[in-house]
Design a protein around this ligand. Structure first.
Ligand code: PGA
Length: 254
């Protein structure tokens, strides 16, 4: 059975004080649903230690919003999986559309990050999803399949036994335009069907999160869909009542 997962993605937001407040509140919320729903938060690298300090010993899991492909050396500004792991992290988001877009990360780079994260003992959260133009052109699955294929080519399908996928239509991120439950379910189902061509067991067991303006209002219906195993939450993960309500919405799957 796939355990529901609700994961925050703080992006470029937060201070030491806000991190303390959110991590403490999310730790309490995670403890309440312990064993039924996994709750996690991915923070800017510089704040991960503050999350750790305030959530250690609780059911809250945490991680980074990105990681480098290298383990160490002359790569100014980067954070290695080992560094991220040292601060108690479980997850590393890789391939978020903001990294693919603003930082020109190719699917091959994202695949290398996926591999590096796993080799460093982290669970990669692979983000995939189409732009509005691609959605309008009906090429959503071609985009998602190509982004998945780059990872499968590098590490093989079995690597998804210890990974999470987040389907995030770019047109829905931060726009308030949540994909309808029908659209999201259709894509999630198609992603699983694509993975099943490589390995049916992996396809059935991998968790696929929905991301893109998922909030307290839209989460219940999204999480009621058979192939949506939780959410990757941006804006709403910066507010305690909103994120807590989304965690509660995931309980229906438990
Ligand atoms: P959003 O962001 O919930 O603010 O739309 C989601 C994401 O980009 O992970």
């Amino acid at each position: 059975m796939r355990k529901p997962l609700v994961m925050g993605n703080w992006k470029l937001n937060g201070t030491k004080d806000s991190t303390k407040e959110l991590a403490t509140a999310f730790a309490a919320a995670a403890n309440k649903v312990k064993g039924k729903v996994e709750v996690a938060v991915c923070a800017p690298a510089i704040l991960i230690g503050t999350v750790e300090a305030n959530a250690q010993g609780s059911a809250l899991l945490w991680g980074s919003e990105d990681c480098d492909v290298h383990t160490k050396g002359a790569y100014t500004g980067e954070n290695s999986p080992a560094m991220i792991k040292e601060f108690g992290s479980t997850f590393a988001i890789v391939g978020h559309s903001e990294r693919r877009g603003y930082h020109h990360e190719s699917s091959e780079t994202v695949a290398a990050k996926f591999k590096a994260a796993q080799e460093g003992g982290l669970i990669p959260v692979l983000c995939i999803g189409e732009s509005e133009a691609e959605f309008d052109a009906g090429t959503t699955m071609a985009v998602c399949e190509a982004e998945l294929k780059a990872v499968i080519d590098l590490v093989g399908i079995k690597a998804f036994e210890s990974a999470v996928i987040a389907y995030e239509p770019i047109w829905a991120i931060g726009t308030g335009k949540t994909a309808t439950p029908e659209i999201a379910q259709g894509v999630h189902q198609a992603i699983r069907a694509y993975l099943a061509k490589f390995d049916a067991e992996v396809a059935a067991s991998v968790r696929i999160l929905y991301g893109g303006s998922c909030n307290a209002k839209t989460a219940p219906e999204l999480f009621a869909q058979p192939d949506i195993d939780g959410g990757l939450i941006g804006g709403a993960s910066l507010k305690v009542p909103d994120f807590t309500a989304i965690i509660e919405a995931a309980l229906q799957r438990a």
